[in-house]
Design a protein around this ligand. Structure first.
Ligand SMILES: Cc1ncc(C[n+]2csc(CCOP(=O)(O)OP(=O)(O)O)c2C)c(N)n1
Length: 539
């Protein structure tokens, strides 16, 4: 039977296991929209209407953060693509699978510069630097080929976003043949001699250390076994938080952002770094002091000898390589070292608590209350704000994929739409959004998307009078404050105007009760917490 290319594209998405797409339709995506409800596709894929394509992209990102599976957004050409591009940047920086499907004007207009609707000359070039690849379909049969390449990247390589543009005239062409998904290819395994060498280095280390990044998301259990066997402290990157539980006594959590954590790392003689870029955004200093021999395990060969060249580089899927190291360690025990490391980790955690700023002390108080009133499956979707910076090292996350702090690209405004995507992907998990007053306003209209979805979603807004991190940076640099003190709305009234619940939590009780109700309200609840309120200053 003949169907349109738009319909065939949606059918193929379904065959790859996609059941939700985020987007905003336009005249350029009508054939894709027709495909959503045509024939056997009818209602198979939920379309979530965002209020801005940046929101749609961030929702797809949230889906990917929560599940490790591809998040999909469908947008118009031109402004739809430029709006959604920030989310591509986020997914690129944090190695997340996201598929942006966009329209493009008719192929006969390419390169002519006629100024047709939503035209960008060579649209794919806009997204090329922030995707694994960006491609324009010249004919319908390009689409299954592009999907095959994209899904191989999502499943079997370093996951990164992909952008596929489907021009108007291609979308409407007939497709006769049935498009099928390709089989998953095996993820790369390590060379045996390198695993043997790594095990020798770990066994003979006097002060080993383990660093965990987002690429190790399926290796958590074995990484704690390794740390326990060899007596090593663990530190996580922002993307690696929760892969090994923050409650593990060997774990310093995401404390590469703290001097205490970094100084301890500098003492190590052998460092096992798994699935981590060791990027600037994990420490916010130019370079970590690494004095020991570095073993790097990464699926991406380009990572092995970058800013931190490895003494031993193992190109492999992290899960497979770490499993093999555990097997080859064969029950090894480092003697008393594990005990010693546990007490040192405890000491450093205490010392981090003592060295908090006035703001951080308040964050820790709120985060402590939040932890007591949420379960271990709760997902925390954070924005780039001071509350979340503190949480990176001072908030315990027990499981992988439960803490979103997209430090990689660090675009403000991700928290609410990321949370919406996560809640749709994991409807049985509670989701809490953590945002600064400034960052929240970037994607505030997506509140209405959550209303459409009747979503129970507590949104905690840390109100500290503007763009405080940058205020602080300006103050510290003796720069006259500029552009950081703009007005905020009355968030509680705003919530009501958007058919949401809203409250100002000026006591601990109001906060806890508001949070409990928010998990049940059939709409989002804005819970505004103001820095320097009395209850946050009580110890
Ligand atoms: C899209 C984007 N624009 C600008 C910035 C720079 N920036 C980083 S933190 C920050 C302040 C954020 O303010 P707020 O969300 O209120 O959090 P706070 O720092 O007050 O905790 C700004 C403007 C950014 N990260 N992303």
């Amino acid at each position: 039977m003949t169907i349109t290319c738009g319909e065939a594209t949606i059918r193929l998405l379904k065959k790859y296991g996609v059941n939700t797409v985020f987007g905003i339709p336009g005249v350029h995506t009508l054939d894709l929209c027709r495909g959503l409800y045509a024939g056997e596709n009818f209602g198979e894929i939920q379309h979530v209407q965002a209020r801005n394509e940046q929101g749609a992209g961030f929702m797809a990102e949230g889906w990917a953060r929560a599940t490790g599976e591809v998040g999909v957004a469908i947008v118009i050409s031109g402004p739809g693509v430029t709006n959604a591009s920030t989310a591509l940047g986020q997914c690129y920086a944090d190695s997340l699978p996201m598929l942006l499907i966009s329209a493009e004007p008719n192929t006969n207009t390419f390169g002519k510069g006629w100024g047709v609707l939503h035209e960008i000359t060579e649209q794919k070039k806009v997204t090329e630097p922030i995707t694994a690849f960006s491609a324009t379909a010249q004919k319908p049969s390009d689409i299954p080929d592009f999907f095959a390449k994209a899904f191989s990247i999502f499943k079997s390589q370093r996951p990164r976003p992909v952008h596929i543009s489907i021009p108007l005239d291609v979308q409407s062409q007939p497709v006769v043949e049935e498009w099928l998904p390709v089989e998953e290819i095996e993820r790369p395994s390590p060379k045996q001699d390198l695993i043997v060498k790594a095990v020798e280095m770990l066994k003979s280390a006097k002060k080993p250390f383990v660093i965990i990044g987002g690429g190790a998301s399926k290796a958590g259990e074995n990484l704690s076994i390794i740390a326990e066997m060899i007596g090593a402290p663990i530190i996580s990157s922002t993307a690696g938080k929760g892969i090994v539980s923050d409650y593990n006594p060997l774990h310093l959590s995401g404390s590469t952002v703290r001097l205490e954590g970094r100084d301890y790392l500098a003492e190590a003689d052998v460092i096992l770094a798994v699935g981590t870029e060791l990027s600037e955004t994990d420490s916010f200093i130019k370079k970590l002091e690494i004095n020991g021999e570095l073993i790097r395990i990464d699926i991406d060969p380009s990572k092995i000898n970058d800013l931190y060249p490895a003494k031993l580089g193992i190109v492999s899927d992290a899960e497979i390589a770490v499993q093999e190291i555990v097997e080859k360690l064969d029950g090894f025990q480092s003697g008393n070292r594990t005990k010693e490391v546990i007490s040192r980790v405890q000491e450093l955690r205490e010392s981090m608590k003592k060295n908090l700023t006035r703001s951080e002390q308040q964050h820790v108080r709120l985060l402590g209350i939040l932890r007591e009133n949420t379960d271990e499956d709760t997902i925390f979707s954070g924005d780039a704000c001071q509350l979340v910076y503190t949480g990176a090292f001072a908030f315990n996350i027990p499981k992988a994929k439960k803490w979103f702090y997209p430090a990689g690209f660090c675009a403000l405004g991700n928290a609410l739409p990321n949370g919406i995507g996560a809640k749709l992907a994991c409807p049985n998990s509670s989701v809490v959004v953590l945002a600064g007053d400034g960052g929240f306003m970037f994607t505030m209209p997506e509140l209405l998307t959550a209303v459409d979805l009747a979503m129970s979603l507590p949104i905690i807004i840390w109100e500290n009078g503007g763009l405080k991190q940058i205020q602080d940076d300006m103050d510290a640099g003796d720069i006259t404050r500029v552009g950081v003190e703009g007005a905020n709305p009355d968030f509680v009234s705003l919530a009501k105007a958007c058919h949401c619940e809203g409250l100002y939590a000026d006591t601990k009780e109001k906060f806890i009760n508001g949070l409990k109700k928010a998990f049940k309200n059939p709409v989002p609840t804005l819970i505004v917490v103001k820095e320097d309120d009395k209850w946050l200053l009580e110890s």
